[in-house]
Design a protein around this ligand. Structure first.
Ligand SMILES: [Zn+2]
Length: 256
């Protein structure tokens, strides 16, 4: 199998990939509380795993390399529930800017910031719109469950998309790291338990709310419905959707 993992490649091998116009995938996660039954590394673990699975699929047609996962994201909204390490917006963008500049200096001309955390989405879109023109190259961003929206809706039974420490994330953890999941505590992690903004004003208006005022236990969704088999299907569906984007030559070639 073609090696796609940046940290396992030698400098000259990475240079050769850049010379072949490889897509550089940068998984972006977060370290934050995931309710009573899941570990804090969920988003970082999933972004990295899906990035690698997608790259291995895409490598048949498209040169591709996956950098180590940016483990820190924007998680202020989880801080009050403990276990969370957050960056502020300026630092988050500064870290990503340095990674993208490094890739550009080594000759990469196509960058995909592959996101695994809801709290990063708005910032990544704004950042991509700034760094693309700055570096004069396409910097794309996508969140894996948004790319795989239809497939995820078909696999999940009690929700239509990824929520938090939910049926989807718990299933994927059961598939990848079952020793880190405490299913005995999943029964206590069903929610939300408090009033949601959307119930008051619809989902068009945004304002900051901490997770603590939305859920007492830190989870949103229904992890009781999680299984490892479902998790493996979700991981494959996500990898498939990301691989299609990596290999979409028209997407990358569109004029900026
Ligand atoms: Zn998560």
């Amino acid at each position: 199998m073609t090696e796609v993992e940046w940290g396992r490649l030698k400098s000259a091998e990475i240079g050769a990939l850049a010379a072949r116009n490889a897509v550089a995938v940068v998984p972006v996660g977060s370290i934050e509380q995931h309710g009573p039954h899941l570990p804090t590394q969920v988003d970082t673990l999933l972004a990295g795993e899906i990035g690698l699975r997608a790259a291995r699929l895409a490598a048949a047609t498209t040169p591709v390399v996956v950098t180590p996962t940016v483990w820190s994201g924007l998680a202020e909204h989880h801080m009050s529930l403990g276990g969370t390490l957050t960056l502020d917006l300026a630092t988050f963008c500064a870290v990503l800017r340095c990674v993208c500049r490094s890739l550009a200096r080594h000759g990469f001309r196509r960058i995909l910031l592959l996101n695994g955390h809801g709290g990063n989405m708005a910032a990544l879109t704004a950042f991509a719109n700034e760094i693309g023109p700055e570096l004069q190259l396409p910097v794309a961003t996508a969140t894996y469950w948004t790319l795989a929206k239809d497939a995820f809706a078909a696999i999940l039974e009690r929700q239509t998309t990824v929520r938090h420490a939910c049926e989807a994330e718990t299933s994927m953890l059961l598939a990848l790291a079952p020793d880190l999941v405490d299913m005995a505590k999943a029964a206590d992690a069903v929610g939300p338990t408090e009033v949601e903004l959307a119930a008051v004003a619809g989902d068009a208006a945004h304002r900051y709310r901490s997770f603590k005022v939305r859920t007492r236990h830190g989870a949103i969704g229904d992890p009781r419905a999680a299984t490892a088999e479902k998790g493996e299907k979700l991981l494959d569906a996500a990898a498939d959707a990301v691989a299609k984007l990596i290999a979409n030559e028209r997407f990358w070639a569109l004029p900026a």
